[in-house]
Design a protein around this ligand. Sequence first.
Ligand code: IMP
Length: 428
Amino acid sequence: MPALVVVGAQWGDEGKGKIVHFLGEGADWVVRYQGGDNAGHTVVFDGQKYALHLIPSGILQPGVKNVIGDGVVVNPRAFVDEVKMLEKRRIKVRGRLFLSLAAHVILPYHIYLDTLREEGGRGIGTTKKGIGPCYEDKVARIGIRVADYLDADAFRNLVRQNLKVRAADLARVKSLKLIEEEVFDGYEARRRFLEGFAADTGLLLDAAKRKGAKLLLESAQGSMLDLDHGTYPFVTSSSPVAGGACVGSGIGPTTITAVNGVTKAYTTRVGLGPFPTEIEGHVAHYIREVGHEYGTTTGRPRRIGWLDVPQLKAAIRMNGLTSFTMTKLDTLSGVHPIKVCTAYKLGGRKILEFPISRRAQLEVEPVYEEFPGFSGDLKGIRKFDALPRGAREYVLAVQKLLAVPISIVSIGQDRDQTIVRDARRLWS
Ligand code: IMP
């Protein structure tokens, strides 16, 4: 019974949505285990483009069952909208999507609190989707879970108690009475809607596992945005790393058989925080425009940088990566030379590891190796050997530096534009 975790190996936006959709064809269940509608997964197939925020990309694979796991934070309004959007586009959702009763709900006041903090001078560049404040409530043990949301009396009481706890901050936005009205506006219809999807998803996954089902566990965001292992405090409030797949879905670590890390052929980041290989100027501009490097959720322009081996080595370590997917190789066509950071300089010393201290993360200077690059349109190519020599050399050189196989190379948004180099180590 294989269970593959697909994680972002950088700062998010690596193209996990496409890869999960691609690998989802071989899976029975796809499970989203953390984050909320801060994520933006773009999937293109049959000439159609789908932007998913909350629902696993496996929903676009007929026959695959999907779970929004215990570790996810769910905005009920976003959930309803996304299901309706899919149904409008004739995707069958009912009976194929299960929402954990243990997932926490994001309510309008979480969004107000997120926005207040972001706009009050202490921001880190969040998506303002209420993610941080909802996880804060969870950790403070005052959070509201889907099971509570479905129990109208319990929900009313919990909301009133929580509004009192947050009263001092919320009073700066509008009266508590108005916020309370907003929470309950249309609640009964949403409650009934969510009821149709809610389940004990840990039990469902356990039963599937016993029957030998193939599980694919999908992270949102990326390893460097992980609350414990990322560039704290410029991180999200959950655990995108592979360990989070167990916590956020309720399956034990012995179930996981492989972990694929998704990395772009370069690096991007949205929001504030350290980014050692960040570049500006015409190369950054070229990559941003050719690669459409604008946030799926917020539309913000993404910061651009070269591939960073010490950063990816940290991702290998913290996730136990068994293979990589390299996405957006096509975007680098026409970039000469292509640089890869192989080490950092810090205080006159050469270091090979991504540092923990925030000062060091800001002060490290990348040491680069240069590659000549390649030209031409890669999008029609379906075999690794048919790629331009410079592209192949780049992938193989990066693989050597990482010492983990790059099993999949993606050269475009469409599902077909995917080259599987080595399928053997993908699932086990
Ligand atoms: P939050 O998750 O909205 O609290 O934002 C925290 C940090 O994570 C910010 O730097 C965001 O830009 C970043 N972030 C959150 N979701 C994503 C994503 O899906 N892709 C890339 N960055 C993200």
